[in-house]
Design a protein around this ligand. Structure first.
Ligand code: ADP
Length: 630
């Protein structure tokens, strides 16, 4: 039959190149990847056979077989699972469909992003490509049950592969590796050796639930042996399972190449029985915030695999969790639609959520270092729960950590509250893009003077939850950049107010003039007692969205009328005083107009904002420099 030659998709080729030539010192893992794929293929067939007995799939002896030939230097990995159609071979093996791949590859190649480590490559479904670390040529033959002919795929991993229809391969998939010579310096073991294979299966794939068989020597003859124990890990008592076994299992289900940060094993008893084995990854996947991200855990029913990425089992703010849930009483036939309304699923979800948050709490209190890692990777996601699941607010607020003006390490809210000044009424926060901008913001001046701590919020979700969460332990959250903010005791506030009252009278003409002059940019002008060293700052009216929120709403496609803010000026600042003197003397003119505009621009820049008209700003700046230089 005709042989077609195809090129790997460009991204697939790059990934292949990386896998083969540069990254992995541990070549052995190719076997884990192949066995993992075979096990998935058997799972899929098993389920299809149970749900559609008419499909003609043969479920009688689902297994994986290894055949090694030391003379020919070949290794075959054979399964009688679901196989692939010709189209699937092309799509699954020749291309990489995951979003963000190109971007990730660039980062990895240029070595700019510390986060984009070689280990993360596993996320892109490159498992199969790892065969080219150990083989110069690979042949894959596969047939779906029920189809008359199968497909043969062959490649040496260098840009192209061939495809051809073939008659008669058995149901499932046979992968033949033409092995490179064993070379211990290069990390290549002899993958035709019985002992090497036994050892690798034990190490990486012992828990797979189908037998992995091989002909082994026994005295002078040979016999068939099963190399793995096939024990479902989640069903075994935790004290019998070694951490490495859990880790291997995690890698199998999460397609991760790193160890998990935390393993959580639980048994749900009562009305609905279930067992769960969950993992917190040690690193956030690149697509955590992408809409089509892989998320959810695997669902089993009485040890039969039902589906991958069952989203209904966990709330969205726990979407980073990986693992397995085995429910006792669900039907094998469950569909996604049923899952969404199922009482049992809801009960399981509640139980899992409770267990996960309790584990996090325990980690936060007992292992702060580990918790810090967790929070850095997944805190942004967890905070989504603050507004997505109001009944979890209290639990989640306890878990939150925030950077603050008082320390370089993030603080939790309980500690913040314990440091509050006696007369301090609220928990203060400031939202902005990064710590540097926030720390230099004029909004903090009054807080510094009073010695009040301010949370420095820098994640996009912060702008959302602060509007939804009323308080923590009875203390309300207040933005440090909101108008009419007065700090201090009642007495101090009164004092400040009467001082302002006087200054307001004195500067009335300046306030009125600035208000008109800048009416296109701002809502109005107020005097402020919050500023010490800056001449002015911008604040939001209590009912208006904050600038971050405004940006967010716009990014989500909402039409918003422009939100004008309030310019607060510092009556004691020399610039304001001189401006007032000049204005009183000469009245409005072009030069003072420029100063007014610069005052507004400077306030915007100081909080890290963007100037609406940069050319006008730079024009003003040059004029003013010219004037200052005489
Ligand atoms: P991943 O397993 O991470 O998705 P792979 O590159 O290892 O990535 O495999 C790509 C896809 O090819 C798998 O998701 C699966 O759909 C298919 N596949 C691989 N091996 C087999 C197999 N032995 N039987 C059936 N399908 C397979």
């Amino acid at each position: 039959m005709t042989v077609e030659t195809h090129e790997f998709q460009a991204e697939a080729r790059q990934l292949l190149d990386l896998v083969v030539h540069s990254i992995y010192s541990n070549k052995d893992i190719f076997l884990r990847e192949l066995l993992s794929n075979s096990s998935d293929a058997l799972d899929k067939l098993h389920l299809e056979g149970l749900v559609h007995p008419e499909s003609g799939a043969d479920l009688s002896d689902l297994h994986i077989r290894l055949e090694a030939d030391p003379k020919q230097r070949t290794l075959k990995v054979i399964d009688n699972g679901i196989g692939m159609t010709r189209e699937e071979v092309r799509n699954l093996i020749g291309t990489i469909a995951r979003s963000g791949t190109a971007e990730f590859l660039n980062k990895l190649r240029e070595g700019q992003d510390q986060g984009a480590s070689a280990e993360m490559i596993g996320q892109f479904g490159v498992g199969f490509y790892s065969v080219f670390m150990v083989a110069d040529r690979v042949v894959l033959e596969t047939r779906r049950p029920g189809q008359a002919s199968g497909t043969r795929w062959e490649s040496s991993g260098e840009g192209t592969y061939t495809l051809q229809d073939v008659e008669g391969p058995a149901q499932g998939t046979v992968i033949t590796l033409y092995l490179k010579p064993a070379d211990s310096e290069d990390g290549l073991a002899d993958y035709t050796s019985e002992w090497v294979l036994r050892d690798l299966v034990k190490r990486y794939s012992d828990f797979l639930s189908y037998p992995i068989r091989m002909q082994v020597s026994k005295g002078d003859s040979t016999e068939d042996a099963t190399l793995n124990s096939m024990k479902a890990l989640w069903a075994r008592p935790t004290d019998e399972v070694k951490p490495e076994e859990y880790h291997e299992f995690y890698r199998h289900i999460a397609h991760d190449w790193m160890d998990p940060l935390e393993t959580i094993s639980m048994k749900g008893e009562g009305t609905f029985e279930f067992q769960a084995l969950l993992f917190i990854p040690s690193k956030a996947p690149l697509d955590l915030f992408m809409p089509d991200a892989r998320r959810g855990v695997q669902l089993y029913v009485k040890k039969v695999f039902i589906m991958d990425r069952c989203e209904e089992l966990l709330p969205e703010y726990l979407r980073f969790m990986r693992g397995v849930v085995d429910a006792q009483d669900l039907s094998l036939n469950v569909s996604r639609e049923i899952l969404q309304q199922d009482r049992q699923i809801r009960a399981i979800r509640k139980g899992l959520t409770r267990k996960i948050t309790a584990t996090l709490k325990e980690m936060k209190e007992g292992r702060p270092e580990t918790y810090r890692t967790f929070w850095n990777e997944f805190g942004r996601v967890l905070k989504e729960g603050l507004f997505r699941e109001p009944d979890q607010q209290e639990t989640l607020l306890d878990l939150c950590m925030f950077p603050s003006t008082d320390s370089s390490e993030p603080t939790d809210l309980a500690d913040y509250v314990s440091r509050m000044k006696p007369e301090q009424e609220a928990i203060y926060y400031l939202i902005g893009e990064n710590r540097l901008i926030l720390e230099n913001s004029p909004h903090l001046e009054a807080f510094r003077q009073k010695g009040y701590e301010v949370l420095l919020l820098q994640d996009t979700v912060d702008a959302i939850w602060v509007e939804q969460v009323a308080d923590f332990q009875g203390k309300p959250f207040h933005s440090a950049s909101q108008s009419s903010l007065e700090l201090g005791s009642e007495e101090e506030k009164k004092e400040a107010e009467s001082r302002l009252e006087e200054q307001r009278k004195e500067l009335a003409s300046l306030l009125a003039w600035l208000g008109t002059r800048l009416s296109e940019q701002i809502k109005n002008v107020q005097l402020s007692s919050r500023l010490t060293t800056s001449p002015a700052c911008l604040v939001s009216d209590a009912d208006d969205p904050s600038p971050t929120m405004e940006k967010l709403l716009k990014a989500m496609g909402q039409e918003l009328p422009p939100v004008k803010r309030i310019l607060e000026i510092n009556p004691t600042h020399p610039v304001i005083q001189r401006l007032h003197a000049l204005y009183s003397e000469k009245g409005d003119d072009a030069f003072l107009g420029q100063v007014a505009e610069m005052l507004h621009a400077q306030a915007l820049l100081a909080e890290g904002g963007e100037l609406p008209d940069i050319s006008r700003f730079s024009h003003n700046l040059v004029d003013l420099m010219d004037r200052a230089l005489g």
